[in-house]
Each structure stands twice: as structure tokens, then as C-alpha cells.
Ligand binder design. Sequence first.
Ligand SMILES: CC(C)(COP(=O)(O)OP(=O)(O)OC[C@H]1O[C@@H](n2cnc3c(N)ncnc32)[C@H](O)[C@@H]1OP(=O)(O)O)[C@@H](O)C(=O)NCCC(=O)NCCS
Length: 178
Amino acid sequence: MRDVCKIFETERLNLRPPAMEDAHVIFSRYAQDAEVTRYLLWRPHTDIAETRAFLKKCLDAWASAEEFTWVIQLSGLSEPIGMVAARPRGHRAEVGYVLARPYWGKGYMTEALSQVVDSLLSFSGLSRVWAVCNVENPASARVMEKAGMTCEGILRRWNVFPNISSEPRDCHVYARVL
Ligand SMILES: CC(C)(COP(=O)(O)OP(=O)(O)OC[C@H]1O[C@@H](n2cnc3c(N)ncnc32)[C@H](O)[C@@H]1OP(=O)(O)O)[C@@H](O)C(=O)NCCC(=O)NCCS
């Protein structure tokens, strides 16, 4: 895989690697929000130490090129409103994303994800960018559609969503390929 862009500018957003100083805002804005984390694979944080440990992992993963996580912020403001991540494995990368609740429904994630997917396919030498979402999370499916990804079907009983139950649940799989 070739290089990954560290910084993106879109019409309304900036994307950048996270910093440990982001812990407080990430914790208070969305990491401890049970509604935000409902369809994610991690439980809401109950202590800022969990957010710090998560950010440390993000920084280590940037350094080892295992995973690239960008903080999303509104242009001109330095505080995170969410994140997009990409995990490259060979010619593929899996993406994931999260946004704080006050910013939902304004097209922000479509804007951020489109930029990341475009860049990964255009400049990083990848052939497939993909993601899964719980079939009960239509907002996420719609974001992927608007980012040019195509639904390839349903992976039955694919992920356990710890905030819902211990039963594996069905997921849509979406991808954009070159
Ligand atoms: C999913 C999420 C990233 C969407 O971010 P967002 O910035 O609000 O998304 P956008 O505004 O770009 O687009 C949302 C689209 O979903 C649609 N949508 C929202 N809720 C919906 C629902 N219940 N049913 C159908 N469509 C829905 C919106 O109408 C919009 O589509 P449109 O532009 O065609 O009208 C955000 O809600 C979030 O962070 N959720 C919690 C974390 C999460 O679920 N992450 C994804 C895990 S796979």
C-alpha cells in the first residue's frame, strides 16, 4: 500500500490524525453516548481513561500503519465532532465512522467518508474499500451509498453488537472498488 493522506480539507470539514489532547472533547461529545455507540462494536466509555487508552491505540496504529484514524472537525474549529478510520489489509481497506449526535443529519459523514474513500482508492494503491453496518442502522447504509459504495448483500449473523445483545446480528456489506 502506498502512502495515506494525513490531512483532508472538504467544503465544511477538516480531517486530521488524533492527538491525546482530544480525549476530553471526544469523551464528552460522543464516546460516552449510548445512542451514538448503539450500533458500534465498543461499549460507551464510562471514564475518560478509556478514551485516552483508545486514542493511544489510534496513535500507535498510525505509527505501525495498521489503522489510520482521522478526527473530523468543522472547518476553522479544532475540536473533534467525530472520526473516520481505515484498516488496510493488502489491497483492501475496511472503513468505520462515528459522529457526535448534535451533528447528525447535516451530511457531514457523507462529506468525510466520500473524501477518505476517494483518496484511498486514488492515491493509496487499494482496489477495494469496504464496510459493514448492522441491518437496523439505515443511516449508516445511506451514508455509504452516498459515498459511492454499493451494497453487496447481507452477511448473516456477522457481528456481535455488545450494546444490543450477545447474539450475532446480520450486517449489510458495502464496498467501492477500483
Ligand atoms: C451513521 C452516522 C455516521 C450518519 O452520519 P450523518 O452525518 O448524520 O450522515 P449524513 O447526514 O451524511 O447522511 C445520513 C443519511 O441517512 C438518512 N437517514 C438518517 N436516519 C435514517 C433512518 N432512520 N432511516 C433511513 N435513512 C436515514 C438521512 O436522511 C441521510 O440521507 P439523505 O441525505 O438521503 O436524506 C451517524 O448517525 C452516527 O455517527 N451514528 C452513530 C455511529 C454509527 O452508527 N456509525 C456507523 C457504524 S457502521
